[in-house]
Write a protein that binds this ligand. Structure first.
Ligand SMILES: [Zn+2]
Length: 191
């Protein structure tokens, strides 16, 4: 097992916490453990060593490493063993690529929020009578129908979504700024 002394280990950043969260939610707790152990070791390592450190079976670790590498979280270097002729793989966390993973995740969430916001801002009327149907109408739809429900003829009413719209706008704005800051940090690095 890895020794308890981690004197040289840097405190984990907020973005690394986010990466851990993504790995856990996407691939499960064991994958998170494998990735965490790889980070802790902090250098290239063979799957057998990693399995030993993580206290897991090597076949499981191998399966997880391939899955993680498909998604860019880890990377490997292949070396041919001169004696056996077999390839040996050395694994490490793909730390250079991790910020990009985070940015692309944030952008996905941002797009979903923006779609939701657009919906909330566009479909602003609903029927006062059959509103349980949850059908909503844009201003133009409502106007064409003389502000009456096309199904039952009752009056169409404005949707009471001001709070939702406000909080969605704030979320979108916060996330957009966060993505901008991340990209600035990533692409201005070393220049
Ligand atoms: Zn109706």
């Amino acid at each position: 097992m890895v020794s308890g002394k981690n004197m040289g280990e840097k405190p984990r950043s907020a973005s690394m916490e986010a990466i851990m969260g993504i790995i856990k939610n996407t691939f499960g707790e064991t994958s998170k453990l494998v990735f965490e152990t790889l980070l802790k070791i902090g250098r290239e390592v063979q799957d057998e060593d990693l399995a030993m450190h993580a206290g897991l079976h090597v076949s499981e670790v191998r399966r997880i490493l391939y899955k993680l590498s498909e998604h860019g979280f880890v990377t490997s270097r292949r070396v041919r063993d001169r004696e056996t002729g077999y390839y040996i793989y050395f694994w490490r966390a793909n730390t250079e690529y991790l910020p990009q993973i985070l940015i692309s995740r944030k952008k996905t969430v941002l797009n979903k929020l923006m779609e939701r916001l657009k919906y909330e801002e566009t479909y602003i009327f609903q029927c006062s009578s059959c509103s349980s149907e949850k059908e909503r109408f844009s201003f133009d739809d409502a106007m064409i129908n003389d502000f009456k429900c096309p199904r039952c003829g009752a009056q169409l009413e404005p949707v009471n979504n001001a709070v939702t719209v406000k909080s969605l706008r704030e979320l979108v704005e916060r996330l957009r700024r966060s993505v901008e800051a991340d990209e600035k940090r990533l692409y201005n690095r070393g220049s």
